[in-house]
Ligand binder design. Structure first.
Ligand code: HXC
Length: 258
């Protein structure tokens, strides 16, 4: 896969790695980058050899937000018809788990991109913020919604209204990120987490991701119903038979993804 604004690698068995690669623009997200990103996600999502996807920037910046140069002169109708933010919906549609490995700045659309993923591994230098208010706008790709669900109203209000930025440790304390690691090893930690997830029963992983995400979208009763039906459904898979048989035979299971 050849792209201009991102790099796609397969560094570990079962894991696809996407690197945002506009370092001179601090990985600012322009339409070309987002469109390549959505294409790469789609390709990796369809690839049976991939069980988990990691997205990262570089040690200094994950992404400094939407490309301000590209947006500055746009009108409302142009923003609507181009539907720049719609590309984030395609990330939401990815069925495999996605881990954001974040070091340095994750601002605006960059923070929203990280929050669109299922988990975040941060380096000690990671900084999260929604500084759109400084530009006379508000977050447009989940910053008011996902952030509030993750860190609660009090902190989200400060971040969105007053550009409060969170250190990696604060982001961990507030429940925004899964873990914090040294800059030298955060990507390896994210890749190891991805490898571990990719080694598990693929259909169960897919349904597990869907079910946890439903907790944010459905009322409790419907969410529980969704979970229960999928729990029952998994008894139609060979992997369920194998998983339980392997447990009883005291051996590791061999997943087939069927
Ligand atoms: C375009 C950007 C950019 C951005 C940085 N650059 N952020 N270009 N869009 N979002 C460019 C700068 O213009 C500069 O290019 C180079 O990257 C380095 O930036 P500096 O400011 O010189 O570096 P530094 O002083 O180290 O500060 C880093 C920074 C700062 C803290 C990340 O650049 C910053 O505050 N950036 C803007 C962050 C922001 O407001 N994000 C929200 C965007 S709106 P040159 O050519 O001058 O060297 C948004 C809405 C999302 O995200 C809507 C849904 C998708």
């Amino acid at each position: 896969m050849e792209y201009e604004n991102i790099l796609v690698e397969r560094p570990v068995e079962g894991v696809g790695l996407i690197r945002l690669n506009r370092p001179r623009q601090f990985n600012a997200l322009n339409s070309a980058l987002l469109s390549e990103l959505s294409d790469a996600f789609e390709v990796l999502d369809r690839d049976d050899a991939i069980g988990c996807i990691v997205i990262t920037g570089n040690d200094k910046v994950f992404a400094a937000g939407a490309d301000i140069k590209e947006m500055a002169d746009a009108g409302a109708v142009e923003m609507l018809t181009r539907d720049f933010v719609g590309l984030f919906d395609r990330i939401r549609a990815v069925r495999k788990p996605i881990i954001a490995a974040v070091s340095g700045w994750a601002l605006g659309g960059g923070c929203e991109l990280a929050m669109s993923c299922d988990m975040i591994v941060a380096s000690e230098s990671a900084r999260f913020g929604q500084p759109e208010i400084n530009l006379g706008v508000i977050p447009g790709a989940g910053g008011t919604q996902r952030l509030t669900r993750a860190v609660g109203k009090a902190i989200a209000m400060e971040m969105v209204l007053n550009d409060r930025r969170l250190s990696a440790q604060e982001a961990y304390d507030f429940g925004l990120v899964n873990r914090v690691a040294p800059v030298e090893s955060y990507l390896d930690e994210a890749l190891e987490l991805a490898r571990s997830i990719a080694s598990r029963a693929p259909i169960a992983v897919r349904l597990a991701k869907e079910a946890v995400n439903k907790a944010f979208e459905l009322p409790l009763g419907e969410g529980l119903e969704f979970e229960r039906r999928n729990f029952y459904f998994l008894f139609a898979t060979e992997d369920q038979k194998e998983g339980m048989k392997a447990f009883l035979e005291k051996r590791p299971p061999e997943w087939k993804g069927r």
